[in-house]
Design a protein around this ligand. Sequence first.
Ligand code: MN
Length: 323
Amino acid sequence: MSLDVHGRTLLVHHWDADGICSARLLLEELHDVSAENRTPRIGNYFLTEEEIVDFSGYDTIIIADMALPVEDVLRLAEGSEIIIFDHHIQPHIESVNQHNPIAMGAKPDDYPSASWVVSEFLGREIDLYTLLGMVGDREHRIKENERFWPIISEFCLENGMVFDDMLRMVELLDSNYKTGDKRAVEMAPKLLESDGPSDILENKEWNRNVELLEEEMERLMNLPPEDISGVTVKKISTQYNIISTLTRKIAWESSRSVIVVNVGFFEDSDQLYVRSPDRDMRALIERAVGLGFKAGGKKDVMGAIVPKEETEGLLKEVSEYLR
Ligand SMILES: [Mn+2]
């Protein structure tokens, strides 16, 4: 199917490797249209008032790999035509053009990335960007996918690559959001010009990012954690958006529940991230949302953005829940 857009077109996409690859595929399709691409403020899974006003000036808005709140989508839909390509859990939104098989009941394993939703919609052949989206979102777990792992293995073989090369490419693409560089995220889809890996593997800036991120991760891992009744709590201050990676690393090494608070990423808010090997986070997410916090996640993780003056309160709430 071809992508039917009219007027000034804006592509809003997630900042991670899947978002960048999905944007790359869509921009190729839109090459003869004056399309611009944008990512929301990094770390926000919603649009700010400013972004909504700004985006509302476009005739068509394509949203890729980003399950924005339904109320944000509906506000954009008031004056623009909306086309969504996604694979996140998201309610079905009747009034917009929503291509999200998961919202229609498909199995997550059949749609491991938004890049695949886009690729399938456009009827493309399997290519590097479609597969990198999957590797980005699933990492090593893509090997357990009975449908797509054989496709990835064969693609690697045919193109003289190994899976580690794909992981490296994902790391390089993700380095843009992890360093908090919104403009670099927005530039990235346009820098992917060839169909080969060299545009990614040889990008000097992204390689330098990865080095910086590794150094910062080491510094943060070496900071001593606190112990609050059997829960590991780590308070950090970093300008990098690496709280989820850090929390996962600490949790793997300790196999205990971990809470990380980063006071250094947002000016007005803190990032709070929780991972637990045995406690179901979904009830906690509901509770945090009920208390008015911006929180989201899955069975084993919760991420929240908390106004600075409320961080201690939420931290207390979370550690009580975990103990
Ligand atoms: Mn995705």
